[in-house]
Design a protein around this ligand. Sequence first.
Ligand code: ADP
Ligand code: ASP
Ligand code: MG
Length: 238
Amino acid sequence: MSELHLIVQKYGGTSVGTTERIKAVAQRIKGYVESGYSLVVVVSAMGKTTDELLTLASQITSKPDSRELDMLLATGEQVSIALLAMALHEIGIDAISYTASQIRLLTDGNFTRARIASVGTERILDSIKKNRVVIVAGFQGIDADDNITTLGRGGSDTSAVALAAALGARDCEIYTDVEGVFTADPRLIPETKKLSEISYDEMLELARLGAAVLHSRSVEFAKKYGVHAVLFGKLHGT
Ligand code: ADP
Ligand code: ASP
Ligand code: MG
């Protein structure tokens, strides 16, 4: 397999917010597969799922145990990976979904804000060799004791960039609900301009200032490993 033909794509919560959108994502993936690319696809939880899970926890306790919170929050991404795999099967594309535990994406033990320590590639590469689209649950990891951890809100971006780095993929495509990185949050500031390119350091600054468009750790990873992240806006038909 040539590294040049491997792309990591990440679809955020809006892009997989409904089953119709998941089908649109599957069609887009099909186009890449038919053009000869190998794909590793990272997905977030559908729409506002993570917020809804947090609400559920808050209805039980004001001080949820952080291990149990991660156990709960990680379920959101597990729903999307399975549905996307099914949507791909439905249109004749071979695909397999994996949780972080199944690919051995190891983190430290800081529940709710864990840092990635290493990313297992064996199972992914094995599936790619079998011409399968690999779908990985974003936002989650496991610690040294196999407890489920999460990477902090917005952490699927970091899962995607870390996978791109580990697999030696130069390109990581991030699909989200805005057309790119703007000088300020386009939802709040109407006259903001879209940037055609942004350096790692400028993006890091924006992310650290709280621009949710990319998780700041994803930018740190991208800079460290030279991963080229490209942002894409709304998919047609969604
Ligand atoms: P996803 O679920 O796809 O990860 P997020 O909600 O995490 O999407 O991130 C996208 C959001 O980031 C946009 O809807 C936008 O409101 C916000 N945002 C904040 N700052 C910026 C910026 N400078 N450029 C683009 N989007 C921004
Ligand atoms: N689902 C998680 C969140 O809402 C992770 C992500 O979307 O990147 O924060
Ligand atoms: Mg996000």
